[in-house]
Design a protein around this ligand. Structure first.
Ligand code: F6P
Length: 341
């Protein structure tokens, strides 16, 4: 059997570890050969692929990014795209595909499975907002990077008596902000799921200064004030219709300065959160996902995704995982509120 592998969407620490595990088990145990498709769904669409064998995956475990490249290509937004994919898979002799991605990449995989393509999914996103799995790989690395940044910003905030705002990724879900904010001892955490009141934020900022400390505010890029919308960087949308977000951290900083008279500065962590080597936990999770994905191919478990439930890796239907996003429960957010102000 020949198996195609692709990585789509935003890059994420652990992608290479998944690829390595798939090949390291698939070649000796099942006798499969592998083709790595370039740049997400663009690979099968344009027949851009290269062979993947054991020497090709040596040394990949600690390497960030993806050796296959990635893109946000949506074959369903390209005329005749799906037919081209079918034809290319046939011409290349690819019997099955393993798609490693988030809501968009796996959304495409779900639809391709419905029309008869043999596909298995692996959940990746630093945002951790994919349903069906307790965690996605990449999230732990992003949280640790953000936590370290918060730790470092505490000392500057206190030395200069400033409010420091840290804008983290999280388009629809505040998982990174919540985990990194709690781990880093943030005084305020703002997430997309719960609209915030800027007056309340300013009250917390002032009470923090009264205690002779300087506040750290962690804000997800998708957070929204009570009155108003999410902050867009520009009018651009990707092939899946997502707008580019950015600017909420600056807005919060400006409002704090205007309303409290205290100095406020914003740090936008951006792609630093997605870069570099994965944590041990992400390497472990990515490796286990890869091993179970190739087993699923062997078992003909088409239309399924490897998922973490507790400590077990189980297979869940792609359709279930991509139906809706996994958002932060308000009760979980309420736990963090005890530290606000
Ligand atoms: O999907 C993960 C993510 O990092 C989001 O948190 C963020 O909004 C988006 O990707 C940014 O994507 P890009 O790097 O394509 O601008």
């Amino acid at each position: 059997m020949r198996v195609g592998v692709l990585t789509g969407g935003g890059d994420c620490p652990g992608l290479n570890a998944v690829i390595r595990a798939i090949v390291r088990k698939g070649v000796p145990e099942y006798g499969y050969s592998f083709l790595g498709f370039r740049d997400g769904w663009r690979g099968p669409l344009e027949a851009m692929a290269k062979p993947l064998d054991i020497p090709a995956v040596r040394g990949l475990l600690p390497r960030g990014g993806t050796i296959l490249g990635s893109s946000r290509t949506n074959p369903f937004a390209v005329e005749g795209g799906v037919e081209r994919i079918r034809r290319n898979l046939q011409n290349l002799g690819v019997d099955a595909l393993i798609a490693i991605g988030g809501e968009d990449t796996l959304g495409v995989a779900t639809k391709l499975h419905e029309i008869g393509v043999n596909v298995v999914g692996v959940p990746k996103t630093i945002d951790n907002d994919l349903a069906g799995t307790d965690y996605t790989f990449g999230f732990d690395t992003a949280v640790n990077i953000a936590m370290e940044a918060i730790d470092r910003l505490h000392t500057t905030a206190e030395s200069h008596h400033r409010a420091l705002i840290v804008e983290v990724m999280g388009r629809h879900a505040g998982w990174i902000a919540l985990h990194a904010g709690m781990a880093g001892g943030a005084n305020i955490i703002l997430i997309p799921e719960v609209r915030f009141d800027i007056e309340q934020v300013c009250t917390w900022v002032e009470s923090r200064f009264q205690l002779d400390y300087a506040p750290i505010i962690v804000v997800s890029e998708g957070a929204k004030p009570k009155e108003g919308q999410e902050s867009l960087l520009n009018g651009e949308k990707d092939a899946f219709g997502h707008a580019r977000l950015g600017g909420i951290g600056d807005w919060v900083g400006r409002e704090i300065e205007a309303r409290t008279g205290k100095e406020a500065r914003t740090t936008v962590l951006g792609h630093v959160q997605r870069g570099g080597t994965p944590t041990a936990r992400d390497r472990w999770l990515a490796t286990r996902f890869g091993l179970h994905a190739i087993d699923a191919v062997h078992d003909g478990n088409w239309g399924q995704m490897a998922a973490l439930r507790g400590t077990e890796i189980v297979m869940v239907p792609l359709a279930e995982a991509t139906k809706e996003l996994k958002l932060v429960d308000p009760t979980l957010y309420a736990e963090a509120e005890i530290f606000f102000g």
